[in-house]
Design a protein around this ligand. Structure first.
Ligand SMILES: Nc1ncnc2c1ncn2[C@@H]1O[C@H](COP(=O)(O)OP(=O)(O)OP(=O)(O)O)[C@@H](O)[C@H]1O
Ligand SMILES: [Mg+2]
Length: 245
């Protein structure tokens, strides 16, 4: 189990639900202790809202805490992912990759069966405990109807859970559209949903996060102000987003 450096505790068992620290400063508090163990979390949001940063930050946290972590990208090369995150936390991503604690895999978009086989084989061979798929929206390339996409998401989620992993699926939202995901099914297939937003305020964008759902736990439901800094995402669960309005 990953240790939370802030509290010095390992995954807690409050209310008999085993928790995994998220790795996002302030978020464990908003979730009353972290992600429930072996949950599948949808990290959704508008373009540039910080979805990839959130997912990678949580993986890096897991990897540094001794949990092997694997990031599957369906849209970028391995080099681009490493480049994007080299500014966060110095050289730690390359070092974690070298040490075998973090693996970044770019999956070619061939067909669903080979995608599923690659996911399964890579997770098994690494012995991963945290898994990110960025982004799940690419499943639409392999199916012509939404129910087949839903079935595929459920199948991949079940495989990840069967390996005892915490899974994070990156999803997508459009500006101004209240829908939480591209297909409208991802949020039902996941145990938890975290939505990241860029909201317009005083002619600028401000960043926010909302925990839309999280099975097996109580959590904050309001918009939580967040920042992206050169250390990654920081949340401010005790602050109000629109306090001065
Ligand atoms: N060092 C930094 N300091 C502050 N903000 C940063 C920094 N690096 C990136 N950002 C912000 O983070 C955003 C990108 O975050 P990220 O790639 O995680 O978003 P995303 O939701 O995955 O985007 P996409 O929709 O393109 O996949 C940038 O648009 C920028 O606003
Ligand atoms: Mg991204």
């Amino acid at each position: 189990m990953a240790e939370n450096p802030t509290t010095g505790t390992t995954a807690s068992t409050t209310n008999k639900v085993v928790r995994e620290p998220t790795g996002i400063p302030g978020l464990d508090e908003a979730l009353k202790g972290g992600f429930p163990d072996k949950n599948i979390i949808l990290i959704t949001g508008t373009p540039g809202a910080g979805k990839t940063t959130f997912a990678m930050q949580s993986l890096v946290f897991g990897a540094k805490s001794g949990e092997k972590s694997i990031y599957f990208t369906l849209e970028e090369s391995v080099e681009d992912v490493i480049d994007q995150f080299s500014m966060f936390d110095g050289t730690s991503i390359s070092k974690l990759v070298q040490d075998g604690m973090l693996k970044i895999v770019s999956i070619p978009l061939v067909d669903y069966d080979s995608l599923k086989d690659t996911l399964t084989n890579e997770i098994e061979s690494m012995g991963a405990k945290r898994v990110v798929i960025d982004s799940i929206t690419y499943l639409q390339l392999f199916f012509s109807d939404v129910m087949s996409i839903r079935r595929a998401i459920i199948e991949v989620a079940a495989m990840i859970k069967s390996k005892g992993c915490l899974g994070m699926f990156v999803g997508e939202m459009s500006y101004g559209d209240p829908k939480l995901s591209s297909f409208g099914v991802e949020e039902f297939a996941a145990d938890g949903v975290i939505a990241l937003y860029l909201l317009e305020k005083n002619a600028a964008f401000i960043r926010a996060m909302r925990i839309i759902k999280m099975r097996k736990t109580d959590h904050i439901t309001k918009y939580i102000p967040i920042e992206i800094t050169d250390k990654g995402i920081v949340t401010h669960p005790n602050e109000e987003l629109f306090a001065e309005i």
